[in-house]
Write a protein that binds this ligand. Structure first.
Ligand code: 6PG
Length: 260
């Protein structure tokens, strides 16, 4: 993979413009999907970057809101903590998004971080198997973050999960964090129609630059293995993250004709 193709990169000024710009693009994808089909399946990223974007979803004017009842929410990964724990990705999404919308419980497909890791992974596999009726999960939209070490979801460099080719979801011991995580695997992520990375802050500039200049995908930089079979990858960056990874000092805010 010759680095990240600039064609699918949009750079926003840092702060509010990144939040509103990224949120608007994600919502436009979802609304477009809901014009074509009854429901939309969305995999949510954890961590901090998406929080303000999820919050913004709830602040959109009524006419700008999608029909949330037709959206099914999944998680890309989860920490092995209860849903009430401050580190829980579920809790972050509940606080920023779910608690503010009337979304049927049956639309929320939570990774049960409170279970022992292998059991949590097996439980999620069963949830996916049931929802997708035994077929490989084909998510409409997968939202991902990017760690400064190149991880995405909980697919960290040097972990077994990065090489997983069969399982849809797996428990993984992350040496670097001295903790277990639950994560979707690349086979499922790469089976999605639209993948959107949300990357903000100067701390991500170096890894983004590395990613852009990569000659070929490498498990040492797991995010480079996000290569959807037929779908698209979009990178939504703020200037702080995108500045050094692109030619020119401020980086091109390339006009991106979004594929959605
Ligand atoms: C998690 C995420 C993880 C995250 C990146 C970026 O559970 O933490 O899934 O992959 O997206 O680490 O995190 P920030 O947005 O906090 O920088």
């Amino acid at each position: 993979m010759p680095g990240v193709s600039l064609d699918h990169v949009k750079i926003f000024p840092s702060g509010e413009p990144f939040v509103t710009g990224a949120a608007s693009l994600l919502i436009s994808f979802i609304r477009e999907k809901l014009q074509q089909q009854e429901i939309c399946t969305v995999v949510l990223a954890g961590g901090n970057t998406p929080r303000s974007i999820y919050q913004y979803f709830t602040e959109l004017p009524a006419e700008g809101q999608p029909d949330w009842k037709r959206i099914h929410f999944f998680w890309g990964d989860e920490r092995t903590v209860p849903p009430t724990h401050p580190e829980s990705n579920y809790r972050m999404v509940a606080e920023s998004l779910l608690n503010h919308l009337s979304i049927p419980e049956s639309n929320i497909h939570r990774m049960k971080g409170e279970l022992p890791p292998a059991q949590a992974a097996e439980d999620y596999r069963k949830q996916l198997h049931q929802f997708f009726q035994g077929r490989m999960p084909a998510f409409d939209l997968v939202i991902l973050g990017l760690g400064a070490d190149g991880h995405t979801a909980s697919l960290f460099p040097g972990t077994t999960a990065v090489k997983e080719k069969e399982k849809w979801v797996t428990e993984v011991y992350v040496e670097q964090l001295n903790t277990w995580r639950i994560t979707l695997t690349f086979p499922v992520i790469n089976h999605a129609q639209q993948i959107v990375f949300l990357v903000a802050g100067t701390a991500k500039a170096a890894i983004l630059e590395k990613l852009m200049n990569l000659v070929e995908a490498s498990p040492t930089l797991p995010a480079s293995l996000v290569k959807p079979e037929t779908g698209e990858v979009m990178w939504l960056l703020d200037e702080a993250a995108g500045r050094t990874g692109f030619p020119g000092d401020s980086g091109p805010s390339k006009k991106v004709i979004l594929p959605f």
